[in-house]
Design a protein around this ligand. Structure first.
Ligand SMILES: NC(=O)c1ccc[n+]([C@@H]2O[C@H](COP(=O)([O-])OP(=O)(O)OC[C@H]3O[C@@H](n4cnc5c(N)ncnc54)[C@H](OP(=O)(O)O)[C@@H]3O)[C@@H](O)[C@H]2O)c1
Length: 282
């Protein structure tokens, strides 16, 4: 497929489903050159067929963002084929679920490999070009759990809090060089996220003391899942950031994200923690 060098090029990681796929299609419809990655090109079938149905084209790219060697090998080929990358959307991610006590260090390291280190790796690969041109956007998909942490999501929240800290620091480093960093903080959206969630191997270990809380959490969570909304809302926010000359750092998306952030600001800390426990596991 020939890249259109007139249009701006956006590279989105984790484009095989959910927010990544929907955003590829949305931006392609808006006239961008869109490159969407997956660890396996065989998983990009839905992206291609939905693009065909809408009469737009997207460029699928097989890339294991968790591999230094692969990113070093593939990204120069991307620059050769597509030219400058105007915006990078670090979207690929998943969650590991379970009480912190139950999560192994290996499970946590693997999670951080994707949710944090891969985002850094991809950012480092596009930054030299952006800095040379004095323009570019790095858009990191965080979560409402990058702002507040609910029980049993501790390691996932840790990965997103880390991404938030990194982005906040980097934003100040690169803005004098013309590059803008922004965080998108979705609430609950209808994607494959819940199905792809990894339950820590020891999450349901009866030797641990959390069983009654885990049961209550699971029952309540099914109710919350019904609140999930259309991920195109996230795509619209990403588009707004790409178009903005000076985007803000943080962009919560969805009612529950806004409500959570406002609540955490206005409600005294202890009371807010108690309410989070009540709403999720007690
Ligand atoms: N859905 C929500 O309610 C929600 C809320 C807050 C934040 N988010 C964030 O939004 C982003 C997108 O998630 P989604 O909801 O669209 O979920 P999704 O439908 O499961 O899609 C996740 C994408 O990430 C990639 N991915 C998953 N695990 C990976 C790994 N270990 N290494 C490399 N790539 C991996 C997948 O690509 P492959 O084809 O390579 O598997 C897939 O395309 C994530 O960063 C997530 O944390 C989602």
């Amino acid at each position: 497929m020939v890249a259109n060098r007139q249009s701006q090029t956006v590279l989105i990681t984790g484009a095989s489903s959910g927010i990544g796929k929907v955003t590829c299609l949305y931006l392609a419809e808006k006239g961008y050159n869109v490159i969407g990655t997956s660890r396996a090109s065989s998983r990009l079938g839905d992206l291609y067929s939905e693009a065909d149905q809408r009469g737009v084209s997207v460029h699928g790219l097989e890339l294991d963002i968790n591999s230094d060697a692969e990113v070093r090998r593939v990204m120069p080929e991307v620059f050769n084929q597509f030219g400058d990358i105007h915006a990078l959307v670090n979207n690929a991610g998943y969650s590991v679920w379970g009480p912190v006590e139950s999560v192994s260090i290996d499970e946590m390291k693997t999670l951080f490999e994707t949710n944090l280190f891969a985002a850094v790796r991809m950012t480092q690969s596009v930054l030299p070009g952006m800095i040379e041109r004095g323009a570019g956007k790095i858009i990191n998909i965080s979560s409402i759990l990058g702002r507040l942490a609910t029980p049993f999501n501790g390691v996932y929240a840790a990965s997103k809090f880390a991404l938030e800290g990194l982005s906040e620091s980097m934003r100040t480093e690169v803005s004098p060089l013309g590059v803008h960093v922004a965080l998108v903080e979705p609430g609950l959206f209808e994607t494959e996220f819940q199905r792809n969630q990894v339950r820590a191997a020891r999450a349901d270990d009866p030797k641990l003391a959390y069983a009654p809380y885990v049961q209550r959490y699971n029952a309540r969570h099914q109710t919350y899942d019904r609140l999930a909304s259309d991920p195109v809302k996230v795509s619209k926010v990403i588009h707004k950031i790409i178009r903005s000359r000076r985007p803000a750092l943080r962009h919560p998306v969805g009612l529950e994200a806004h409500a959570g952030i406002i609540g955490s600001r206005l409600i005294p800390g202890r009371l807010f923690q108690w309410m989070l426990g009540r709403a999720t596991m007690r």
